[in-house]
Design a protein around this ligand. Structure first.
Ligand code: E4P
Length: 218
């Protein structure tokens, strides 16, 4: 399973990439706004840090402008994946960009039928938002199960399931058990994955015993 980091904070991405924890990056207009940075500059910087796909999202809602924005964003770096919303114009844009060899991430997916349409439009990634479904008392993870099953039924569909709106490590574990290809995680969730109180207490005990020996390895 690939781990993408869901942020536009370059320092966070650099630290996680140096630790080998990042296979790609996803951004969205809200994350760009939160960074306070110019979008083209920040996407270029992120693309230089990671060789993996970096999703940059269009903001137009009509097909012609969306396509022009997608081509512009793809021109920033060869590892840009253009992110489009799951609308009719978005799927039309997806089809054209995919035909040009641009990987497209279709975002804001909330139903299995939407995911099937995105795959038929040639999306490289479909982004179902599990956390936002959980927020409205709907089981976000059952959407992942449905999409994984549907895509498996049709091996000609090459779209990868990119689990988005992940809020905690349990989402990640459940998505991995279901066989989702990718999860995009906020930096704090990636760090939470590392933590276990028994790791911390076990290490403290080992180090305390080691100190008693008076030895040093180097
Ligand atoms: C995915 O690509 C989105 O950027 C993201 O996962 C949305 O998460 P949120 O629901 O926490 O905003």
């Amino acid at each position: 399973m690939k781990f993408f980091v869901d942020t536009a904070e370059v320092s966070e991405i650099r630290a996680l990439a140096e630790a080998g924890l990042v296979d790609g990056v996803t951004t969205n207009p809200s994350l760009i706004a939160k960074s306070g940075r110019n979008m083209a500059e920040v996407i270029a910087e992120i693309c230089a840090i990671t060789p993996g796909p970096v999703s940059a999202e269009v903001t137009a809602t009509d097909f012609e402008t969306m396509l022009a924005e997608g081509r512009y964003l793809r021109g920033i770096a060869k590892n840009v994946a253009v992110k489009v919303p799951l609308t009719e114009a978005g799927l039309r844009t997806c089809r054209v960009l995919a035909g040009e060899g641009t990987p497209v991430n279709v975002t804001l997916c909330f139903s299995p039928a939407q995911a099937l349409l995105a795959a038929k439009a040639g999306a490289a990634f479909i982004s179902p938002f599990v956390g936002r479904l959980d927020d409205i008392s709907t089981d976000g993870m059952s959407l992942i199960a449905d999409i994984v099953q549907i895509y498996r039924n049709y091996p000609a569909l090459k779209t990868e399931v990119l689990v988005a709106s992940v809020r905690h490590p349990i989402h990640l574990v459940q998505a991995a058990k279901l066989g989702a290809h990718v999860a995009t995680l906020p930096p704090q969730v990636i760090r939470q994955l590392l933590k276990h109180p028994l790791t911390d207490s076990g290490l403290a005990a080992f180090l305390a015993d080691w100190k008693k020996t008076g030895q040093s390895i180097l």
